[in-house]
Design a protein around this ligand. Structure first.
Ligand code: UD1
Length: 423
């Protein structure tokens, strides 16, 4: 297994180019199942989760080819409908093939994703939406067996809770359903907006894009003439590098971003006393004389993203005072805390609220273990300012979602190296 060594207290400077968004690319890859032609998707991040979903497309009978950051996917001849446990267990987002497979073929079998490191993460809302569109769902030997012999029908879906993946699955299913689907309490994340726009550009009528009420006119199983497109920039990767600059208290320019998608992150950094300069496609964070504490509550977009909570916890360890983070979306998303304590952080947990007392300059490098994707980035951030060397183990979590992490960090002055554990 690989691990990262980071030598702390280096001055960062320069520019970081942000890659395409993993969480936008995943549903877009699944959406190619709705397409009658091959689609070239550029600005595709080179991360493990993307390769996992491409492997699933391949197993289902589709094909793909790669040239630099562009991947051309041909799902037109896709003919198998089972997403096996061996792939789904490695990545929950494989559930995103449920809606498009069911809509196209009238049946599919998708392994249940099961629990995961950041809580139970059920898929009940995905299944309920498919049932409301006419599917019959059975759970058999750990598989979701979904059938809709006459095809899916448009329906009014009211989500009890805002769900990103559930909204994406329903949009894709609705695109090929018969009649109109209305989704109430839909997620509004930029990833959802791009999925809607790509499907709309393929001729499907969609109203309410970017709002919590989406109205989608299905094509009654007619496959879509999908066009080529570029994946939007990764707002979470951008936020992570903004936190890298902030925690190191250095000036850093983050390029190839959409600043509008970063509003909640920028606003919290401003509350922490950082000045952020913005132009159309970049943000520059400037050093501050005092990092102020902050109170954060995670919510759905456009609120503060749960995927940035761990990184801000890392940053809060360097604040002059006490910060709080209230995690409202997932019940078990504080596993990085015990690892941050190993580095010398002063953090107390009370249910889903973390209280972080700033301990500026007092973190000391040691061995820590990554527990999930975003939690691992908090360890990287603390390692950047810890005294001495930090070794971060189980970095396959980081590789799932951060393209060329050590390359990008080293380019701005960090000292990061990748090693293989001795057996
Ligand atoms: C997506 C993101 C993930 C991010 C999360 C919240 C991808 C690939 N992943 O995950 O990085 O942290 O949004 O912004 O885009 N829920 C149910 N039943 C369901 C579905 C969800 O109760 O059927 C609950 C979840 O347990 C959670 C909340 O709803 O408490 C939000 O989850 P959801 O938005 O669905 O997250 P994902 O789509 O899995």
């Amino acid at each position: 297994m690989k691990y990262l060594k980071i030598l702390g207290n280096k001055k960062l400077s320069g520019e970081v180019r942000i890659s395409g968004a993993k969480n936008a690319a995943l549903p877009l890859i699944a959406a190619t199942i709705l397409s009658k032609n091959s689609v070239q998707i550029c600005n595709m991040p080179d991360v493990v989760d993307i390769n996992t979903l491409l492997k699933l497309i391949d197993k289902l009978g589709g094909s793909f080819s790669r040239e630099k950051d562009c991947i051309t996917i041909d799902s037109s001849k896709l003919h198998k409908t089972t997403a096996n446990y061996d792939i789904v267990k490695t990545m929950r987002a494989s559930i995103l093939v449920l809606g498009p497979l069911l809509a196209r073929f009238g049946h599919c079998e998708v392994s249940l994703p099961g629990g995961c490191a950041i809580g139970q993460r059920p898929v009940d809302l995905h299944l309920k939406a498919m049932e409301q569109m006419g599917a019959v769902i059975k759970i058999n030997r750990g598989y979701i067996e979904a059938t809709a012999p006459d095809g899916l029908k448009g329906a009014k879906i009211v989500f009890d809770k805002v769900t990103v993946g559930g909204t994406e699955n329903t949009i894709m299913a609705a695109a090929l359903a018969k009649g109109t689907t209305t989704i109430i309490n839909a997620a509004k994340e930029p990833e959802i907006v791009q999925l809607c726009e790509v499907i709309k550009n393929a001729g499907v009528k969609i109203e309410g894009i970017g709002t919590s009420k989406l109205i989608i006119e299905g094509t009654n199983k007619k496959l879509l003439p999908m066009k080529d497109f570029d994946v939007i920039p990764d707002r979470i990767e951008a936020g992570t590098y903004m936190c890298a600059a902030a925690i190191s208290n250095c000036k850093l320019k983050i390029t190839d971003v959409i600043p509008l998608h970063l509003e909640a992150i920028i606003s919290k950094l401003e509350e922490m006393n950082f000045e952020i300069l913005q132009d159309e496609t970049s943000v520059t964070i400037l050093p501050t004389i005092e990092i102020r504490p902050v109170n954060i509550v995670t919510t759905e977009y456009p609120g503060f993203p749960t995927d940035m909570q761990a990184q801000f916890m890392a940053l809060a360890t360097q604040a002059n005072g006490t910060s709080t983070i209230d995690e409202r979306l997932f019940e078990n998303r504080f596993m990085h805390v015990s690892e941050l304590l190993r580095l010398g952080a002063d953090i107390h947990l009370n249910g889903n609220i973390a209280t972080i007392n700033g301990t500026k300059g007092k973190l000391n490098g040691t061995d820590v273990m990554a527990t999930d994707l975003r939690a691992s980035s908090a360890l990287v951030l603390c390692a950047l300012v810890a005294n001495g060397e930090t070794s971060i183990h189980r970095i396959y979590h980081l590789d799932r979602g951060y393209e060329d992490l050590e390359g990008k960090l080293n380019k701005i002055g960090a000292v990061v190296s990748r090693h293989t554990e001795e057996k």
